[in-house]
Design a protein around this ligand. Sequence first.
Ligand SMILES: [Zn+2]
Length: 338
Amino acid sequence: MANKSNYNLETVNCCFCGSTKHSNFIKNAKELYIGFDEYFNIVRCSVCGLLFTNPRPTIETIGYFYPDKAYYYNVSLSDQSTLILKDKLLRNILANHYNYPFKSQSNKLITKVQKIFLKNRILGAHIPPYVKEGKILDIGCSWGGYLFKMQDLGWKVYGVEKNQKAVDFAKNELNLKNILCGNVHEVELEKNFFDVVRMGMVLEHMHNPVEIIKQISLLLKPHGLFVFNVPNASGLEMKVFGKNAYFLHVPQHLYHFTPQSIKNVLKKGNFKINKIVHHQTNKDWINSIKNADINFLTKLMESKAINTIVNLVLLKCLLKYTALMGKTSRMTIYAEKI
Ligand SMILES: [Zn+2]
């Protein structure tokens, strides 16, 4: 175990298959989110192909990379999971096609057409089909934006969050009652209780995602849904930008999943994948260009007109195409407990 001044490093085996053999995937990726001058490697398991940060900060000391000021805990009204669509339109689609108990103001046929265009945005924002008296647990719920929205849509909501300030905001400002402070493996939660467990960009931060998935399986009722998103390390952005890819996010991200490796890991919790939604997020590309410090591109992007053209025309087309191929940098997975 190597000792750095503010945290400790540990070298680990593959958490999926236990293999000690791995090869380098990315060397010397910089910590970019807090702005520390620290570098980390990502390895690929030689047996199962799982990608993970190795060596990595220990569970006891990784808090160094999660200061209160980190954006994970910042209240953001533009959060995609809270305000994705104009409420009226969303509610009409949810009422007509997802069993939500609202009064719809437009007919089934009109909302059927709207649903075709908006289905991936609704699923990508982690809005599952309605369950009467349904209970939803958000693990790593931050300040509670997602739960606040889901409560408004009729769910009984529960959350777990390790940052005390974020918990205080959820409880005091949003009046969410059932928020526990701590790590999910430390807090007490009822088994066979939840209809949906949700994790928004959290699983890749966990030291042992296999154990977490097994625990989530125990918390869910039979056929309950585990809804979560993670970066997709097999996407086009990874190939283009390598160690400068924005979503690598080391050392906070300890695992770097692909559609195949997430499928493998989910099997350990008796989950089958019902659907994968590939997101179309342009900010990952824009930030990767900045990370890579590609001079001429960064300079070009400083021009408002060129920035708009790149954003609207080039990236939108590229993202649409790569999402269809399952090669964008983020994915939402709907997995059912079997
Ligand atoms: Zn392995």
